[in-house]
Structure formats: structure tokens, C-alpha cells
Design a protein around this ligand. Structure first.
Ligand SMILES: [Zn+2]
Length: 263
């Protein structure tokens, strides 16, 4: 599913195309892609111009003249500028020139709209780039749970999903089952640095195209070629050569190197 780098790449690919365009109307082809309230709010936003395109966590934000539209792609959602419509098309944003197509085979993607940012966006924790290493370490110290599920908790930190949580922990040499509150300050700082460098590299590579991710122009990312642990069970760790292991943690596959990341 698209995580912070992928959503950032979608935003960057769409920004020069969408900003300033007038939204004529939004065609909702699925009854569940937007709640009845959001569907009404989307209708109210129509007629206005796109002021800016942004991102918060894994949400893409369409800031309009009279409100905001937040789109979460979840597992298989795709937003394609001037895309073709088909059986998986859930919504089409029609602009005065061009259209944006939301396709989603599994129908988990959601559009929320209103005069202000939706509650699901307001509830998010800080962006990784907005935290200092000290603030990040202090947030870790205050938590009792294990580190991997904590990194996936969007109220703790916005934007990381399964891929980048596993990759960041490997870079920082921290076991996914380590107790967050017991991670030493220096290790916490290196985890924070690992998260930032990882996200920057992933954005620069156009994101990770696991399964079917593409950006807003249909371009695939290349960062999956640089994954060190994610999805690499049984393959050698690029740092030490040990065999990468997979465990299930909180119903999610979790990949790590048993030699680099000791408990
Ligand atoms: Zn290793």
C-alpha cells in the first residue's frame, strides 16, 4: 500500500497539473468510496479552484477554495491523471481541463471532504521530518509497546507503513520486537536519522512499486530494488550476509536480519 514516499510522489506528480484548475464535479461510482456527508461536501467544493495539493501522513490533500478533500488510497487505490476509466473506477474528478481517476480493485480507498480537514487527518501524529531527534527519542521513551507496531501507529508517527518500518529498523539495527521505551537515546537518534534518510531516498527513487503502485502519471517507482529486508525472507542481508527472517507481528509480515538486529 502507498506509504509516505509513494503518496508524496503522487502529490508531486499531480501538483503541477492540478493546482489552479477549477473542479467541475466529482463523479462517485461507488457507494462506499465516500460517506453520504463527504459526498455532499464534495458537491459543495465543486465549482471552486484547487488552491494547492498537499500530503499529511498517507493522505493526499486537495485544498479547495471552500474546503478540503482528503484521499486515502489504502491497499490498492491509484490516482491517475487523465487515466482511463474501467470496472475498478470508484471516482472521477472532472476539472475544467482534464480529469483525475481514482481506481481501486479492493475498494478500501476513501475520500473525505468538508469545510475543514477531516478528523482522521487531525488525529495523525507528527510528520517524521517535523520532529527533532530529541523529540523523537522522548516520544519513544514514553511508550511501553514493541517498536515495530509503534512505528505503524499513525497517531505516534504519520506516514510509515510495513515496508518503511521494517527497512528503517534494519538500518538502525533495532529488532522489531524491541521495547520502544527501553531503546537507548543514541539508538533512538539513529532510528530517527534512518527514517529520514530512508524516506528521502525512497521519494528520490519515485517510491516502491510493490504490487501495483504508480504515481499520478502512471510511472512506477524504483525503490523496491533497494529494499534490504522487506519481502526478502531467506535472502542474504546486504550488510552481513545472514539469512533474512520473516515473523508475523500484529498480523503483519515483518522482515529483519537476526544478526544485525538483535533483541
Ligand atoms: Zn545483517
Amino acid at each position: 500500500m502507498p506509504e509516505l514516499p509513494e503518496v508524496e510522489c503522487i502529490v508531486r506528480s499531480l501538483r503541477p497539473r492540478l493546482e489552479g484548475l477549477r473542479l467541475k464535479h466529482v463523479e462517485l461510482r461507488s457507494a462506499i468510496v465516500a460517506s453520504p456527508d463527504s459526498a455532499k461536501a464534495i458537491a459543495r467544493l465543486s465549482g471552486g479552484c484547487v488552491r494547492s495539493l498537499g500530503r499529511r501522513g498517507k493522505f493526499l490533500l486537495l485544498h479547495m477554495e471552500s474546503g478540503c478533500c482528503a484521499i486515502h488510497l489504502r491497499m490498492t487505490g491509484r490516482l491517475i491523471w487523465e487515466g482511463d476509466t474501467g470496472p475498478y473506477t470508484r471516482a472521477v474528478f472532472h476539472f475544467d481541463s482534464g480529469r483525475l481517476v481514482l481506481d481501486d480493485p479492493r475498494q478500501f480507498a476513501r475520500i473525505e471532504a468538508g469545510a475543514a480537514l477531516p478528523e482522521s487527518v487531525l488525529r495523525l501524529g507528527p510528520e517524521p521530518f517535523d520532529l527533532s531527534p530529541e523529540e523523537f527519542a522522548a516520544r519513544l521513551r514514553a511508550r511501553r509497546g514493541r517498536i515495530k507496531p509503534l512505528l505503524l501507529d499513525q497517531r505516534f508517527l504519520a506516514g510509515l507503513g510495513n515496508i518503511y518500518a521494517d527497512e528503517a529498523l534494519h538500518r538502525a539495527r533495532i529488532h522489531p520486537l524491541a521495547r520502544a521505551g527501553r531503546i537507548a537515546r543514541s539508538r533512538a537518534a539513529s532510528l530517527h536519522a534512518a527514517i529520514l534518510s530512508l524516506l528521502e531516498e525512497a521519494i528520490a527513487a519515485g517510491g516502491s512499486s510493490i504490487s501495483d503502485y504508480v504515481d499520478g502519471t502512471g510511472a512506477r517507482g524504483a525503490f523496491q530494488q533497494q529494499h534490504r529486508v522487506y519481502g526478502r525472507e531467506g535472502q542474504p542481508c546486504p550488510a552481513c550476509g545472514a539469512s533474512i527472517r520473516r515473523i508475523v507481528l500484529g498480523q503483519r509480515g515483518t522482515w529483519f536480519c537476526p544478526r544485525c538486529q538483535r533483541l
